[in-house]
Design a protein around this ligand. Structure first.
Ligand code: ADP
Ligand code: MG
Length: 995
């Protein structure tokens, strides 16, 4: 009831907002009329005039205000431009196309919503591509770039070439980012007034610019002012589950998948045998009229092997289904805890399909590691550490050693448990050809929404490797994160963000909470004539597919085109086989054909066409009806399963009946569908089914049943939202850190006065350092220790006496030392090559940041895993993560500064001059005595990511610690691609060089 009231209010709020825009639409229409009398050049001149005017305005707030003011004029110019293009032949993706579009009024409304930084929900076929032109034009006038984000490279190219006609006609420049472009081309595209591209290209460019580029020249982007995200739900919700990661191979790899695979494989086999036995027993018990025992037995199978074939078949029978539900319900009550535990112990492991988790039982542990019950328990480190601390027989050094030993053991243990659990998940929860495909000795993730292969993406947390082990393909090396950002946080960079899609309403809350994006539902240009039929519900998949095939046959016989949506590649293939048997000609769109998918989808509205497509393949392509098809009822959309999310179902339905065309849609559902099994929809249905008196082979159809399905969907949506929110909460922690680090990096890259930056860091770090030796809280002052450190880090050659004479409070001593160091540094600089000096100083800073930041990212990854293990100890992992991440970051910043400080005198642009400088020092001051510091300046590459500088005359000695020199590797970089470091060389000839 409350919901209903809220909806009414929200609904009418939307209407009010739309109505409020009407006068502006009116005004645009009038202006458009007036502009008819202008010449093409006069119209175009308005663009330049606005650009010049906005450039003059200094205050940014005033610029934004002015943009709002000129909205009606600019929208009218764009529409007038479109009017003038009518009848022109334009070339789009190498095909000629006739321009025949002038913005409809509702398209102007959609455009205004976008300018206001909101989401325009507009149905498929309403012409969102054109809608975007008005706000893109307007915002591009501000001269800070305007980005249009598409779901794939093909659409970026298509839309930039198509709409580009209009923009260039009006005097704006248009660019398009494509995956294979080298940096200098990218930079050109970004410097255009308007730039089209996919979210991952934009995101990766951000990471490369801010996390990897070592000079301004290597950076390609120029800020984040305004972006419109097309298919915004797909990008900000579906894609948002996997962050963008640039990674290189990790330095160490500790997995033991090979070792545990045979053990787990055996375990899974045994569990299957066990499951089959229990299921058979259950059947017998039922037949003997013992439903309670039967239900209990079935529940056991469900715990250990939710996909067991016998189990699934038994579940088809309502009576048995009820028995298992009852058993399940009773076992999850508090009083039955021990019984549940005992039940689990009969299995080797339990699977929680909802949480996608696997848990070894005692029996399973014994099986994998006989006679070693402790092999799978983590030591209680806190207690053990405390015991060590209290042990008076140990020296401090021994205590530290003991603790570190314990820590190492615990880590190994955790890794082992993690490996095994990943393997079980790989075997029991991830199905080949549903969740992933195997190609060229590789495991490729299949996007569950689109059915597309997600090239270059990997499951995190060792799961991908576990699946690789399961499939017997090459287990790829663990990778180390070099730079990463979630899609959410990338888009939050924009000053103004807007989005458009056919389906946003169901996710309005999430858009609001995470992105501050409100949704406006824009009315369609013409009334929608689509007929959405009630779902048809079957007991089994088999019956359902048969019914679908019959329905297709009927439509096919008439010549009515059918678009069949499936949720997985596997069901696409099952259906395709069935249709072949019936001799029905059809096309299949799934991961395997995605190059042609746009073209195939475009033909899906032709007479007699049958197209099977995983849920949203070919999104963004318009399906026009062929001749005479309207008389046959238009395109018929059949969904073969309800998706987890209502939005995806709406999307599928929306593929027909565009622009007032006729069309129809219907979903087919069975009790065996995952959604029905996992989220309790089937339970409620079982009883409904009986009320309706359903018999074998029959189908059910009733609005009440549709509601049950939707309730299940809402539950899944909620859960998925929580998962995304969680991912974001974790990334938020790192996002703050990333901003600090990238800010510092950019200061170094952009700042002209690198010397000043170095001095700032020196002053900071040195003051901290002196405090270590001169504690504020009245501890022992240690002038000797300070001196030893100072003399081995800087060529000062001062005595203890000098330090004492300088003063005895930390501040005075620090100031004294800073002056000395600066003087000495100026001296060193006189020996340097003046042209290379700035680069050298920049390098000192960047090198320290990059190396330590990468180590930090690695540590943060581990921390994330570690806090999850701790979650068992009833601590909130996020709180723990935040706390430790903060400490680690403080430590990181300190280390960066210290590293800059100690490299000030250990780097040179000119080795000969450096030797000279050393020789000029009164003593051999730069021959440090501290362990780990080598005593000779060595030649090192100036820029670890930019190989062309290998022979440059900047030489370095960075030898304190063996830095892991990770080879930058972008997800999806091919060996022949341009190198992501921005060198302009091929990847294989640059950072990707083997050896
Ligand atoms: P959407 O992205 O909203 O699904 P598209 O931008 O792909 O829709 O456009 C769908 C079709 O509608 C395209 O063929 C386009 O040419 C056509 N179209 C869009 N706007 C207009 C218009 N104002 N007048 C005529 N045709 C239009
Ligand atoms: Mg579109």
């Amino acid at each position: 009831m409350i919901n209903w009231i809220i909806k009414r209010i929200v609904g009418s709020k939307n209407q009010r907002e739309i109505r409020a825009m009407q006068p502006v639409v009116q005004r645009i229409n009038e202006l458009d009329e007036q502009y008819q009398s202008l010449s093409d050049d006069e119209l175009r001149a308005m663009t330049a005039r606005w650009q010049a005017e906005l450039k003059q305005i200094e205050d940014w707030g005033d610029v934004l205000k002015r943009l709002d003011e000129i909205l009606p004029e600019t929208f009218a110019v764009v529409r007038n431009g479109a009017r003038r293009l009518c009848g022109r032949e334009v070339i789009v993706c190498d095909h000629p196309l006739l321009w025949n579009m002038v913005h409809f009024d509702v398209q102007l409304v959609g455009g205004m919503t976008l300018h206001n930084g909101r989401i325009s929900e507009m149905a498929t076929g309403e012409g969102k591509t054109l809608v975007a032109t008005c706000p893109m034009y307007l915002n591009a006038l501000a001269g800070r770039g305007a980005h249009l984000v598409t779901v794939n490279d093909y659409l970026a190219r298509r839309d930039s070439e198509w709409m580009g006609q209009l923009f260039t006609f009006l005097g704006l420049t248009v660019g398009c980012i494509q995956h294979d472009q080298p940096p200098h081309i990218r930079r050109e595209q970004y410097s255009c007034d308007i730039t089209y591209g996919t979210n991952s290209e934009f995101g990766f460019d951000y990471l490369r610019d801010n996390g990897m580029a070592t000079s301004k020249e290597q950076q390609v982007q120029r800020g984040y002012f305004f972006a419109i995200v097309d298919e915004v739900d797909s990008i900000l919700i579906d894609e948002a589950r996997t962050p963008l990661i640039i990674s290189g191979p990790a330095t160490v790899s500790s997995h033991q998948f090979d070792r545990f695979k045979p053990l787990v494989e055996q375990l899974v086999k045994q569990q299957t045998a066990l499951g089959n036995r229990f299921a058979t027993e259950a059947k017998e018990l039922f037949e003997q009229g013992k439903p309670e025992e039967g239900g209990r037995q079935m529940f056991k199978v469900k715990l250990g092997q939710p996909q067991n074939k016998v189990l699934l078949r038994l579940m088809e029978i309502p009576e048995y289904r009820r028995a298992i539900d009852k058993a399940e319900l009773s076992f999850f009550s508090d009083t039955m805890r021990d019984e549940l535990f005992a039940l689990k112990e009969e299995l080797f492991f339990t699977i929680d399909q909802r949480a996608q988790a696997a848990d070894l039982s005692e029996k399973g542990r014994e099986h994998i590691s006989p006679g070693d019950p402790d092999a799978f328990t983590l030591p209680d480190l806190i207690t053990e550490f405390t015991e060590i601390d209290l042990d008076t027989t140990l020296t401090e050094a021994q205590k530290i050693e003991k603790k570190s030993e314990l820590q190492t053991n615990s880590d190994v243990q955790a890794e082992r448990m993690h490996n095994i659990s990943s393997l079980i998940r790989a075997y029991c929860l991830f199905e080949r050809d549903v969740h992933y495909v195997v190609e060229d000795n590789k495991v490729l993730i299949v996007d569950e929404n689109t059915g597309r292969k997600m090239e270059g993406r990997r499951w995190s947390d060792g799961l991908h490797q576990a699946v690789e082990a399961k499939e017997g393909v090459q287990i790829e090396r663990e990778t180390q994160t070099l730079a990463t950002i979630t899609i959410q946080n990338y888009f939050r960079l924009y000053h103004k963000l807007a989005g458009m899609t056919g389906t946003a309403e169901t996710e309005a809350n999430e858009f609001h909470d995470i992105y501050k994006l409100d949704v406006n539902v824009i009315p369609t240009n013409r009334p929608v004539k689509r007929l959405d039929a009630n779902d048809l519900i079957y007991k089994t998949r088999r019956e359902k597919y048969n019914a679908v095939v019959n329905e297709i046959k009927t439509a096919y016989a008439k010549g009515q085109p059918v678009l069949v949506g499936t949720v997985s590649v596997e069901s696409s293939e099952v259906l395709s086989r069935m249709l072949k048997r019936e001799k029905i000609i059809h096309s299949v769109l799934n991961a395997k054909y995605h190059l042609q998918e746009a073209e195939i989808v475009a033909r899906a509205g032709q007479r007699g066409a049958v197209t099977i497509s995983t849920n949203m393949a070919g999104r963004g392509t318009d399906i026009k009806l062929g001749e005479g098809v309207a008389d046959l009822g238009g395109l018929y959309v059949i969904g073969t399963e309800r998706h987890e999310s209502r939005r995806i179902d709406r999307q599928l339905r929306g593929r027909c009946a565009r622009q007032g065309d006729p069309g129809a849609s219907r979903f087919y559902v069975s009790f065996e569908d995952d959604l029905m099994r996992n989220f309790g929809a089937a339970d409620r249905m079982t009883s409904l089914m009986e009320r309706f008196g359903m018999k074998e082979g029959e189908e059910l159809e009733h609005p009440l049943l549709n509601r049950s399905v939707e309730t299940a969907q809402k539950r899944v949506e909620q859960r998925n939202y929580m998962i995304r929110k969680r991912t974001l909460e974790y990334d938020d922690v790192m996002n703050n850190q990333r901003e600090v680090i990238y800010g510092l990096r950019n200061d170094a890259i952009e700042g002209e006065d690198t010397r000043k930056l170095i001095y700032e860091i020196l002053e900071d770090a040195l003051t901290d350092k002196v405090l270590e030796f001169y504690p504020q809280s009245g501890g022992q002052q240690n002038a000797a220790g300070l001196l030893h450190w100072a003399n081995s880090t800087f060529p000062l050659g001062i005595s203890e006496e000098t330090v004492r004479e300088a003063g005895n409070d930390a501040e005075t001593v620090a100031n004294f030392l800073i002056e000395k160091i600066k003087k000495s540094y100026e001296m060193k600089c006189e020996h340097e090559d003046p042209d290379a000096l700035k680069g050298l100083e920049r390098y000192i800073i960047l090198n320290a940041i990059d190396r330590l930041w990468q180590e930090h990212l690695y540590a943060m990854d581990s921390l994330r895993e570690a806090v999850h293990l701790r979650a068992h100890g009833q601590k909130d992992p996020l709180v723990e993560y935040k706390k430790e991440a903060y400490d680690m970051f403080v430590e990181l910043m300190r280390n960066v500064k210290n590293e800059v400080m100690s490299n000030m005198f250990r780097s040179t642009s000119n080795l000969a001059a450096f030797e000279q400088f050393l020789a000029s020092l009164p003593m051999n001051l730069l021959r440090p005595a501290e362990a780990g510091v080598s005593d000779q300046p060595q030649q090192t590459r100036a820029q670890p990511v930019a190989a062309e500088n290998e022979d440059s005359d900047i030489k370095l000695n960075l030898s304190q610690r063996k830095a892991p020199a990770p080879v930058p590797q972008i997800a999806k970089v091919n060996r022949n691609d341009p190198c992501p470091c921005g060198s302009g060389k091929k990847y294989k000839a640059c950072c990707g060089r083997v050896g």
